[in-house]
Design a protein around this ligand. Structure first.
Ligand code: AMP
Length: 400
């Protein structure tokens, strides 16, 4: 069923609690990259332009002890948000109590308030009580009492049941998705539940064990699954091929055999690889077909595989990509990943969805990100979504 979104709400004069993802890299109080704050702007602007009082909650980093708190204060984030919105933003340096309640009472329509890091609640009086991360029922209830409606725009935490997403939602009459969340549900949820065919998944990265849930779920839904990256060679081993010194998960070879049997020709392995003598960008390297020779490790898919993958992709209507095709951090083994990213940028007739840190970095580096339909904002959340799991943060959003 379709989910309620922020544009379905009457916001005028309402205290709008908003769970956003302001979990930005921060060092010595300096924000390294404000992409996540920028990404939250459309929903925040929509709320204030429609007369809502925006009360923003987010986590920032992990807090395990009192001493972790000062470096993970939300204050610099509130300041950056104020610059980006070009208007004052009230920062409240606490997560509960009179100071917070008074500040909320003092808001006028269209004002913006940023509360202190929700994970300050994980440590109280020096004790690691995990009130936020453990979804303490009292905390969710308390935060919910501070607003009239709740908007959840933090997809990155949707796979977790925390007080600031699930806890608030379960104490609120109405919870709506923000625009970022809505886009994740439309594209990733859409691909998993109701893809337009042909549906092709490209799965890479180091380990079979990390992607097994996704492979399993997508085998039932996709028309083809293209495999790349380090996990290829566990599949090679399962087929009795030679893998040289390539990455392999020995305890997953039987599982890989089962997948291969089940998948038939749905699963496509690379037919050639770039192999090197050492795990080093400057090591002697060459391209080989099939078996990986002794003394070599496979670090990228080869040009023949790229062409074969492109041949499958060119007629796709839905494409999901997660994980690099090789050791993309080293320029000599980045070609496979970059070529696939570039090709996705040419697929104007398909819904193209990218998730995961490395594949996202690849399409950004190539400058093709804006040619794709959707770049997911959540790593762990997007993987669990692709695994077909119910994400508690999304389940807690009201149906339309
Ligand atoms: P993941 O986090 O599972 O998406 O895996 C990403 C990591 O897999 C990157 O750091 C890549 O360098 C690594 N990787 C990709 N292909 C290979 C390969 N053939 N051998 C070793 N590591 C690889």
């Amino acid at each position: 069923m379709a989910k309620l979104t922020v544009s379905d709400l009457d916001l005028e004069g309402k205290k709008v609690l908003m769970r956003v993802d302001f979990n930005v890299p921060i060092k010595d109080g300096v924000i390294g990259n404000d992409n996540r704050i920028v990404a939250a702007l459309p929903t925040i602007k929509y709320v204030i332009e429609h007369g809502g009082k925006a009360i923003l909650l987010s986590h920032l980093g992990r807090i395990k002890k009192e001493e972790d708190k000062p470096a993970l204060s939300m204050r610099p984030v509130a300041e950056r948000l104020s610059n980006l919105l070009n208007k004052p933003v009230t920062f409240v340096p606490t997560t509960e109590g009179k100071q917070l309640e008074d500040a909320i009472d003092g808001l006028s329509n269209g004002d913006v308030l940023v509360m202190e890091n929700t994970r300050y609640e994980d440590v109280k009086n020096g004790e690691n009580v995990k009130r936020e991360s453990g979804n303490d029922p009292e905390l969710g209830k308390y935060w919910a009492s501070l607003g009239d409606v709740f908007v959840n725009d933090a997809f990155g935490t949707a796979h977790r049941s925390h007080a600031s997403n699930v806890g608030i939602a379960s104490n609120m009459a109405q919870t709506a998705a923000g625009f970022l969340m809505e886009k994740e549900i439309t594209f990733i949820g859409g691909a998993v539940d109701n893809p337009e065919h042909p549906f092709v998944a490209i799965l890479g990265g180091a380990k079979v064990s990390d992607k097994i849930g996704v492979i399993d779920n997508l085998l039932a839904k996709a028309d083809k699954i293209l495999i790349g990256g380090g996990m290829t060679y566990t599949f090679y081993a399962a087929k009795g091929m030679k893998i040289g010194n390539s990455l392999v998960e020995k305890d997953k070879i039987d599982l890989a055999k089962e997948i291969l049997d089940k998948a038939g020709d749905k699963l496509v392995l690379p037919s050639d690889s770039v192999v090197a003598e050492k795990f080093d960008n400057d090591a002697a390297h060459k391209t080989v077909d099939g078996d990986i020779p002794d003394g070599y490790m496979a670090l990228d898919i080869g040009p023949k595989s790229v062409a074969e993958f492109e041949d499958v992709l060119k007629s796709a209507k839905t494409v999901v990509w997660n994980g690099p095709m090789g050791v993309f951090e080293m320029s000599n083994y980045a070609e496979g990943t970059l070529e696939i990213g570039k090709f996705l940028g040419t697929l104007t007739e398909a819904k193209t969805i990218v998730g995961g840190g490395d594949s996202t970095a690849a399409v950004q580096q190539l400058g093709v990100a804006d040619k794709l339909s959707h770049i997911s904002t959540g790593g762990g959340a997007s993987l669990e979504y692709l695994e077909g799991k119910t994400l508690p943060g999304i389940a807690a959003i009201s149906d339309k």
